[in-house]
Design a protein around this ligand. Structure first.
Ligand SMILES: [Zn+2]
Length: 251
């Protein structure tokens, strides 16, 4: 029941169909009546309308720039990467009438993300930190492959958890700069989550920047005043920073 056709330049239509608003035809239901177009809006659309020379890939659902046959072409100023990705997803799921609503989540993808993250967690527990970091990187790259219609919130949560774990692994591997970069990413993606601020403080302590670490924890505590992990680490840093001269005398 599915049929394929392309409209490359110079190709003729092998069958007719309308490109305009749906016209009530013999086999089309009549209840879909569109309101008349707003003339002002129509004029704006037409003023912005700019024909783009593109070619349609005869082998699959994709368009390219006409001159170079590229998905994304700087010379032509065209970028069809997202469009082609969406077309590919729709073509490989012929039973989808339209993209599913945002609360539909591909279970396989969630499972792949979770399994890969768990592998990272196990390696982390075995203190195989470089291997754990590699698994977390893999998990993150799977997580960002979610199709564009899936909920952004979910991707943020998945990604922030993975990157937070990777920050911890970097910390354990004494790579505090990478740990800090990951912590900053976690905060950027999910600002009100205590973990990002905790990881940032950990990395900063590793770098010997106690005052900055304290500020990071203060910001985290502003979002979650009762967070035990943040409070405990905060008092730990307080002890490290208070009267270093006294500490010297002790030792
Ligand atoms: Zn081009």
């Amino acid at each position: 029941m599915s049929h394929q056709h392309t409209h490359g330049p110079g190709e003729s239509h092998s069958h007719s169909h309308s490109h305009g608003p749906p016209q009530p035809g013999p086999q089309q239901p009549q209840q879909m009546v569109l309101p008349p177009p707003d003339p002002a809006l129509q004029a704006m659309i037409e003023a912005d309308f700019r024909p783009v020379p593109l070619i349609v890939n005869p082998e699959g659902p994709a368009v390219f720039c006409e001159a170079h046959k590229l998905d994304k072409c700087e010379e032509c100023g065209q970028d069809y990467v997202n469009l082609n990705r969406l077309a590919k997803i729709l073509a490989s799921n012929p039973n989808l009438a339209a993209p599913p609503p945002a609360n539909v989540v591909s279970r396989n993808l969630s499972q792949a993300v979770n399994n890969t993250k768990e592998e990272g967690n196990n390696l982390y527990k075995q203190k195989k930190h470089p291997l754990a970091i590699a698994r977390y990187t893999m998990a993150a790259s799977i997580a960002v492959q979610r199709p564009p219609w899936e909920t952004n919130q979910l991707m943020r949560e998945e990604l922030s958890t993975i990157i937070s774990n990777r920050s911890a692994a970097y910390c354990e591997a004494q790579d505090f700069i990478s740990a800090l970069v990951d912590a900053e990413t976690v905060i950027a993606v999910r600002r009100n989550w205590s973990k990002g601020h905790f990881r940032k403080a950990k990395a900063l302590v590793g770098m010997g920047k106690l005052e900055d670490a304290r500020e990071a924890l203060q910001l985290g505590l502003a979002f979650e005043p009762n967070n035990a992990e943040l409070s405990a680490f905060y008092s730990e840093i307080e002890k490290m920073t208070e009267s270093p001269s006294e500490k010297k005398e002790e030792s």
